[in-house]
Design a protein around this ligand. Sequence first.
Ligand code: HAM
Length: 429
Amino acid sequence: MSSFQTVRGMRDFMPEEAKMMRYIEGKARRIAELYGYKEIITPVVESYELLSAKAGEEVRLRMYAFKDLGGRMVALRPEFTPSVARLVATTLRNEPRPFRLFCVGSLYRYDEPQMGRYREFWQSNFELMGSNKPEADAEIIMLTNDFLRSVGLKNYVFKVGHVGVLRGIFAQENVEEKNVNEVMQLMDKKAYAEAVRRVKEIGVSKKCVENVQRLIELKGKDTLEIVGKMRECVGEYDKALEAVENLQEILKLIAEGESKITITVDAGFARGLEYYTGAIFEVNIPELDIALAGGGRYDRLIELFGGEPTPAVGIAHGLDRIMLAMQKQGTKMDAAEAKKVVVIPAKEELKADALKIANKLRGAGITVEVEVMGRKMGKALEDADRRKMDYAIIVGERELKDGAVVLRDMANRVQNSVKIEELVERVKG
Ligand code: HAM
């Protein structure tokens, strides 16, 4: 017996899981259609420089990076956003805004494998590029809500913050970007005490340290109350105040929309990726302690890649984790299962007739398998039972002379002779 196994952190999707993954993907695709997002397919391998530009320490260090045989430094994509930004900076450069772009596929990060954390994982990714308006941010949150509801998940909560608040304060305190990024990375890892210690070391005003400390503790479900308190903290920092106002507008648009969305505002919320400039979001569910989705506004990435200045906002949904959450919550997939049929020739010489009948049924959109193991009728029917086929069609010489076959209903074990021209109707009916 071979001892080959999957590489650590990689996994196989067996038919049931593959089916569920494609089902979730299908729901994401439907949301893309409903909101007018066009799908693009980008390469798994991209230049290391592109992927690492604003990925942030955490993702950068976990990339599958290598030199290809031509000596180019490349990496397997750890996310979709840089690829989409690359396209908008190049091929789509002169096309009219906004762009609504959708991607789905596998991504690669050398993360420590654990529940819901894999080295190969799947995302559905939505990017809305060209608008700096709060309605664009609201759209990204609303479509995510629609998506998670459409797969049947319950009790998920959006966590919303705004990197412009802390970045605004630090900018006014003339803190170097490198140091700001370091503090944000610590906050992303929830190492708040260490983050505050770093802020003190950097040498900002005493008031700044106090405000940062207060902001970190500010979070709650009463979104307007929290935003009000954030406003008090940032009083004199103009850029930070603008950020709080922007956050308030986004929340107001969502609250006034039709859908009920549960949101926690978290002023100390940061994300590992470094390109964010505005509102940031994450989705959590009580059954799991890892995020189902994450995203935010990044207004400067496209110009960093040499494109026209293009404000943008987007989100990626972790499909593996959504699947895990569905399993934890016992969420069922929509039924609408098609009938399954197996065609069994009663003897060798009727093989060709079995194939012909199978094809006729497939032509009518029915799922048909043909007995290919050459088994005796009893064994073949046993197998059909085991695999939960709805019907077995037995092709026998006697019936065939009258243009008929035997149709066996596997569930109640009743069988009748049925004319071949009536077969499709009988199976579908
Ligand atoms: P991210 O937060 O790095 O954001 O990833 C988004 C989601 O991908 C996570 O919330 C999680 O569900 C899933 N995910 C990430 N790493 C893993 C892993 N190792 N195993 C399983 N699932 C994982 C981004 O990727 C940004 N590009 C999102 C974005 C789009 N921002 C703007 N536009």
